[in-house]
Design a protein around this ligand. Structure first.
Ligand code: AMP
Length: 120
């Protein structure tokens, strides 16, 4: 599937819609989720056009991948969740519940995040 240039995170990267940015470097942008699911809920997105984790892992350069995950750690530090702990989530594709087709990692924290997923 081709990357959709009109997805909401592509628009945020282009500055066409605002975001509450907490960190940015050449590889990634981190900003607060518009509908926080926990007291701290930050999203980290790569600057490259990757629609999901699978695509990012297959096509991004080693420098982009390393830079991205280092940015995730920096964003967690800036958000103040590193010491107490937090959860990273990368919803991927239809069964993963991914809504925005630009690869992103959720950082959730600011209190116990709770069970990993609801058991069926
Ligand atoms: P996912 O289900 O993993 O694709 O998560 C997409 C996330 O993007 C959701 O948690 C939304 O609340 C969040 N979101 C959607 N639009 C925006 C926006 N304009 N700014 C910040 N977060 C957004």
């Amino acid at each position: 599937m081709a990357y959709d240039d009109n997805n909401v995170f592509a628009k945020i990267l282009r500055g066409e819609i605002p975001s509450k940015k907490i960190y940015e470097d050449q590889y990634a942008l981190a900003f607060h989720d518009i509908a926080p699911a926990r007291p701290i809920h930050v999203l980290v997105i790569p600057k490259g056009k990757y629609e999901a984790f699978t695509d990012f892992a297959a096509k991004a350069s080693a420098a982009e991948i390393a830079g991205f995950y280092q940015a995730v750690a920096k964003a967690a530090q800036i958000a103040g969740v590193t010491e107490a702990g937090y959860r990273l989530i990368a919803n991927t594709g239809v069964n993963g519940g991914q809504e925005v087709p630009h690869f992103h990692v959720h950082i959730l924290g600011g209190g116990a995040v709770g069970p990993m997923v609801a058991r069926k």
